[in-house]
Design a binder for this molecule. Structure first.
Ligand SMILES: [Zn+2]
Length: 248
């Protein structure tokens, strides 16, 4: 099984432009999709942690990359992740670039992210797509039992370019990356975002510390697409779906 995270992906962009997003359209046509309406503040560290630990943010309490002026480390977060559970049971699992900490977390993968895992410039954002895709294809070749990887730059790009045509261009690049992945993989998959996005003026939540040049803000509408008919209500459900899938 592979899980592909698209940080900040929303139906608001995908549905309006579905004819330009050919891979996503074909995955949707052949599989299942839905919306995850978050019941808590749409903060990426909290959601990715919950998605892969099954623990609600109110309990693990990891909301921010920074605590007491220093970067939070994996070991500071009191949860056991699904990849740790499966690895202990002898499954071949890999994790690439999951941004619940900065730089994003890897498990059994050597990876140096662009810009310490916070791609900001146009070039950094574009480079990230290629870097993650190439590394992912390398790992997919090993035929892992479980492989989780996340594209993070879409989040930055949506903050900076919400409402601009450029954002659609970026979705199209991600769509092309997905086409490369699925040309080399035909097993079970879940594509999932941690939260959606909206216009800064309509946002219910403030998730940033500074707002210079910012146009988009997080929203509670996360997405999923899968070849399996799943009922995903909250990010935590993904943890239990993977657990059941591997009978652990
Ligand atoms: Zn995010």
């Amino acid at each position: 099984m592979i899980i592909i995270g698209l940080d900040g992906a929303t139906w608001k962009i995908i549905m309006k432009n579905i004819e330009d997003l050919k891979t996503i359209k074909s995955l949707m046509d052949r599989g299942y999709h839905g919306t995850i309406y978050l019941k808590y503040k749409p903060l990426s560290p909290a959601i990715w942690t919950s998605m892969f630990s099954g623990i609600s943010p109110r309990i693990h309490n990891h909301w921010d990359f920074i605590k007491n002026n220093s970067l939070v480390k994996r070991d500071d977060i009191p949860v056991k992740f699904i990849w740790e559970i499966l690895y202990e049971k002898g499954y071949d699992v890999y994790v690439l670039n999951v941004p619940f900490i900065i730089p994003p977390y890897n498990f059994r993968v050597e990876f140096k992210p662009i810009g310490y895992g916070l791609p900001i410039t146009e070039k950094e954002c574009l480079d990230e797509i290629n870097l993650i895709t190439n590394k992912a294809l390398e790992i997919i070749e090993k035929k892992p039992d479980l492989f989780i990887f996340v594209y993070t730059a879409l989040d930055r790009y949506s903050h900076l370019h919400w409402g601009e045509k450029k954002l659609l261009d970026f979705y199209i690049l991600i769509d092309k990356a997905l086409s490369k992945i699925f040309n080399n993989y035909d097993g079970d998959y879940i594509i999932v975002s941690d939260h959606g996005f909206t216009d800064l003026n309509k946002a219910r939540y403030k998730t940033l510390k500074r707002y210079d040049n910012i146009k988009g803000e997080h929203d509670i509408d996360a997405i999923y697409i899968s070849n399996m008919n799943l009922n995903i209500q909250q990010p935590e459900d993904i943890f239990y779906i993977i657990k059941r899938y591997f009978h652990v």
